[in-house]
Design a protein around this ligand. Structure first.
Ligand code: G
Ligand code: G
Ligand code: MN
Ligand code: NA
Length: 255
C-alpha cells in the first residue's frame, strides 16, 4: 500500500522518481525518432513501483502538480544531455495530467524547464489524453496555442477512447494522434479494430497530423498498422520502456 506521506517525502528528496523511456520508431526508416518518458518510483522498501500504483494517488491528493513538474524537468535535462553527448536528436514526449493542463503557471514551468536544461523546444512533446482535452477545451486550446508559439509540440494520447469531437480535434494545435492500445491489441483478429485504425489514420493525415500506434506487440500488428499508413510505432515489439543507460545504448547504435 502506497501512502500519501511517503509520496510527499519522495517528492522532497532527490532520486526517488526515475524516468524510463520507451522508443518510438518511424515505420518508413525503422529508426528511433522519439522517446516517451514514463515515470517510476524507486521506493526504498518496494523497489521500482509502476505509475499505475501512484499516479492516481498523486492526482487525487494534488501531488501530481509537483510530480509532473519534476518529470518534465528530468525529461528535458536528459534529452539535452543525450544531445550534448552527440547522440542523434529525438523527440522526448512527456505525459501531462489533467491538473497540469489547467494549472495557471504551466507555460512558465515549461519555459523554465527548457531554459534550465538548454533543450530546444522543438524536441519536447507534451501529451494530453483525449479525456483531458475535453475538460475545458477552450482554455486548453489557449494554453496549447501558447506552447506551440514557443515551439513545443503536442500529441493526443489514448485517442479513440475519450470523447474529443472532430470539431475540437480540428481546433487543437496538436501534431500527433496516438491510437490507443485497445485498438491495436486485437487488430489482427477483429476487423472492426482494423477499420477504426485505418479511419483514424485517414482523418489524422487529412488534418496534417502524424499517427503513432501504441502497444504494438507483434509483427502481425505492425504489418497491418504499416499498411494502414501509420507513421510511428511504440510498443513491446520494438522496445519496452528502457532505463537511461539502455536508452543511451540504443540511441548510440543509431548514430
Ligand atoms: O509505464 P506504464 O505503462 O505503467 O504507465 C501507466 C500509465 O501511467 C500510463 O497511462 C501513462 O500515461 C501514465 N504515466 C506514466 N508516466 C507518467 C507521467 O510522468 N505523468 C503522468 N501524468 N502519467 C504518467
Ligand atoms: O497511457 P500511456 O500511453 O502514456 O501509457 C503508456 C503505457 O503503456 C506504459 O505504461 C507502457 O509501459 C505501456 N506499454 C507500452 N508498450 C506496451 C505494449 O506493447 N503492450 C502493453 N500491454 N503495454 C505497453
Ligand atoms: Mn502517453
Ligand atoms: Na496511451
Amino acid at each position: 500500500l502506497i501512502l500519501e506521506g511517503e509520496l510527499r517525502l519522495a517528492l522532497q528528496g532527490e532520486g526517488q522518481l526515475v524516468l524510463h523511456y520507451q522508443p518510438q520508431a518511424d515505420l518508413g526508416s525503422g529508426k528511433v525518432v522519439g522517446l516517451e518518458a514514463l515515470v517510476r518510483w524507486n521506493h526504498p522498501r518496494l523497489g521500482l513501483v509502476p505509475p499505475a500504483q501512484f499516479i492516481p494517488l498523486a492526482e487525487s491528493c494534488g501531488l501530481i502538480i509537483k510530480l509532473g513538474e519534476q518529470v518534465l524537468r528530468m525529461a528535458c535535462h536528459q534529452a539535452a544531455a543525450w544531445q550534448r553527448a552527440g547522440l542523434p536528436p529525438v523527440t522526448v514526449a512527456v505525459n501531462l495530467a489533467a491538473a497540469q493542463w489547467s494549472q495557471s503557471n504551466l507555460l512558465a514551468i515549461v519555459k523554465s524547464a527548457l531554459a534550465e536544461s538548454g533543450l530546444d523546444p522543438q524536441w519536447l512533446e507534451l501529451e494530453l489524453t483525449e479525456s483531458t482535452s475535453m475538460h475545458d477545451p477552450s482554455a486548453t486550446i489557449k494554453v496549447m496555442a501558447n506552447l506551440r508559439a514557443m515551439g513545443v509540440h503536442m500529441s493526443i494520447d489514448d485517442f479513440g477512447t475519450g470523447y474529443c469531437n472532430l470539431n475540437y480535434l480540428k481546433r487543437f494545435p496538436v501534431d500527433k494522434l496516438k491510437i490507443d492500445r485497445s485498438f491495436v491489441m486485437e487488430i489482427t483478429t477483429d476487423p472492426d479494430d482494423l477499420a477504426i485504425s485505418r479511419t483514424v489514420v485517414a482523418i489524422a493525415h487529412q488534418l496534417r497530423l502524424e499517427v503513432v500506434a501504441e502497444g504494438v506487440e507483434t509483427e502481425g500488428q505492425l504489418a497491418l498498422l504499416a499498411d494502414a499508413g501509420c507513421d510511428l510505432i511504440q510498443g513491446y515489439f520494438f522496445s519496452r520502456p528502457l532505463a537511461v543507460e539502455a536508452c543511451t545504448a540504443l540511441l548510440s547504435a543509431g548514430t
